[in-house]
Design a protein around this ligand. Structure first.
Ligand code: SF4
Ligand code: FES
Length: 359
């Protein structure tokens, strides 16, 4: 483990304000075991967390959930994040925010809104979200955001059911007035892992999607920024998950546990410290979970002697666990992993039965 003075400083804080959510998306990044309302941090707790985060060097607070609008005190939470000097990004399903509430959030200093869209067509979008009428409500909220001249990002999660409509989803984001659209292939953790064989596109679909995104970028250059999250299972090299474990960001769960990534609780035997008992700087520097996979000393071969070990940090620990049963293994997405073949076999599994919705 590097000396404390040499530790990198985090840039981003993902504040999971609640796990409550009206939607039931089958790829939700929340854990299978959701935290209850009764254990949620108070707005006052969040004020302290934001102040400590800013002192630690964090620049951006991503206010997420579940659905953050399920919190009756969301305006107070946004205000305290803004007062601590953090850039505030609200990640919302679009359900539960009235125009009056949006006004209050804007007045409290909210900097940016990100709305998820499940598809470009209402029936399919509502089916994926598990919520009738969600699509229209999202479009209405997007218009309200843009009317207030707040920057809007539209997030589209892509999988086998909607991968053929990327062009239409980008056109919709443009029509809604977004300045940025994120085309994010499903990442297979939590609920998405449960639904992997129902969500996984074919290799050919994933390749067509990558080419389409490149051509859309050229077509819409200057009109909208198109970001893309690639489909891991068809890659030869893994992503540097979270920019490296304990290097760039931290997640605080609704009850105050601090995690190096949203899926870290899937790794058995990691000890997570809570903001209820520890200062955030203490957690960042000394907590067992943050130090478990920091740096490169924990790595085994082939990562330990690989020239890319400080570029991708061995890939994703949660994926290594999910696919090999060992969080210390090389992420099997890597073509050098002895388990790489497993990824290809899993990607080929198909199941067209109904989703297991997040409930
Ligand atoms: Fe990255 Fe490890 Fe693969 Fe090298 S062997 S490319 S460090 S995952
Ligand atoms: Fe946990 Fe990648 S999601 S390390």
């Amino acid at each position: 483990m590097p000396a404390i003075a040499e530790l990198p400083r985090p840039i981003g804080l993902l504040a999971e304000l609640t796990h409550r959510c009206p939607l039931a998306c089958p790829y939700c990044s929340n854990p299978l075991s959701l935290e209850s309302r009764i254990g949620e941090l108070s707005a006052e707790d969040w004020r302290r967390v934001f102040n400590e985060a800013a002192a630690l060097g964090v620049l951006q607070a991503h206010l997420s959930g579940g659905e953050p609008a399920a919190r009756g005190d969301l305006v107070d939470i946004v205000r305290s994040a803004q007062e601590s000097g953090l850039y505030t990004n609200l990640i919302t399903s679009g359900i539960g925010l009235t125009p009056a509430r949006l006004d209050a959030l804007a007045n409290a200093g909210l900097d940016h809104v990100q709305i998820s869209i499940q598809d470009s067509e209402a029936a399919s979008a509502d089916h994926i979200a598990g919520y009738s009428g969600a699509f229209e409500r999202k479009k209405t909220l997007a218009a309200e955001v843009v009317n207030r001249k707040m920057p809007l990002t539209v997030n589209c999660v892509v999988h086998r059911l909607n991968i053929g409509r990327i062009e239409a989803m980008v056109a919709l984001a443009l029509q809604l007035g977004a300045s940025r659209v994120e085309i994010a292939h499903v990442q297979y953790y939590g609920w998405a892992l449960e639904n992997r064989s129902r969500l996984m596109p074919t290799h050919a679909q994933a390749e067509r999607a990558a080419a389409e995104i490149e051509s859309l970028r050229a077509r819409y250059q200057g009109a909208i920024v198109i970001d893309a999250v690639v489909p891991d299972y068809y890659a030869r090299l893994p992503k540097p998950c979270m920019g490296g474990w304990g290097r760039r960001s931290l997640n605080v769960t609704p009850s105050g546990k601090v995690l190096p990534c949203h899926a870290a609780e899937s790794i058995p035997d990691l000890e997570f410290w809570s903001v209820r008992e520890h200062a955030l700087s203490d957690i960042w520097e000394r907590s067992p979970a943050f130090n478990a996979f920091r740096g490169t000393a924990w790595m085994r071969e082939p990562c330990a002697s690989c020239a890319r070990r400080e570029l991708d940090f061995g890939g994703c620990r949660c994926q290594a666990l999910a696919l090999t049963g060992d969080a210390r293994a090389t992420d099997p997405v890597c073509h050098l992993s002895p388990d790489h073949r497993k990824v290809q076999e899993l990607a080929a599994l198909r199941d067209d039965s109904g989703f297991t919705y997040r409930r």
